[in-house]
Design a protein around this ligand. Sequence first.
Ligand code: SAM
Length: 239
Amino acid sequence: MSEVTTNEYNEDGKLIRKVRSFVRREGRLTKGQENAMNECWPTMGLDYQDQLLDWKVVFGNDNPVVLEIGFGMGASLVEMAKNAPDKNFIGIEVHSPGVGACLADAREARLTNLRVMCHDAVEVFANMIPDGSLSTLQLFFPDPWHKKRHHKRRIVQLEFAEMVRQKLKLEEGIFHMATDWQNYAEHMIEVMNQAPGFDNIAPEGDFIPRPEERPLTKFEARGHRLGHGVWDIKFKRTR
Ligand SMILES: C[S@@+](CC[C@H](N)C(=O)[O-])C[C@H]1O[C@@H](n2cnc3c(N)ncnc32)[C@H](O)[C@@H]1O
């Protein structure tokens, strides 16, 4: 596992080294995942580039765009895309076997409304996602980074919230988080309450009941087995 670093900047304020929310795991793709990568990437894969995407060009329609960060093996993302053909879905995951598994499932479900990327979502956000263009951002069971000294690696931070705000549609875009780690759930609420331009949609200003549209994810099932609770949180962009 690599060292946890803090962001470092050069004299001009340019970011030269940053904290990442993941550690790259060596992972070999199974034959099936590799085949799906080779066969489906031309139609469903998007390569990282330093250029804004145009959703109309990517999906060939104007349907609302739902983006998921860290979809793992992608089973729940594929299920959601299957259940909502009137929406476009884009998933970003750094772990390539997960991307291969997601493509294999998407092919089997004959999805036309799903695209995937294999890259750091923070960089994709900064350089490829047009402002005010997402109807929903989904972040389900992000790595909790349990140890206090690793908390700075948690993807939900003030800077990240501001980036999300810019990309969500004004006055309607939703940031949906779920976690099975209570301390991270509290951290999410704390950060999002501090972040300007968001309202918690929960009447009590905390958690919402598990929404029906969110299928069980692999990590959630694991959390259930370990006796963990699950916390769903939705914040809306207000300005
Ligand atoms: C704990 S897993 C949860 C996976 C899935 N959402 C689930 O519930 O089964 C977190 C996932 O987020 C991915 N991840 C973490 N940081 C990321 C980033 N900056 N960009 C893309 N993926 C990321 C990891 O590779 C990992 O697969």
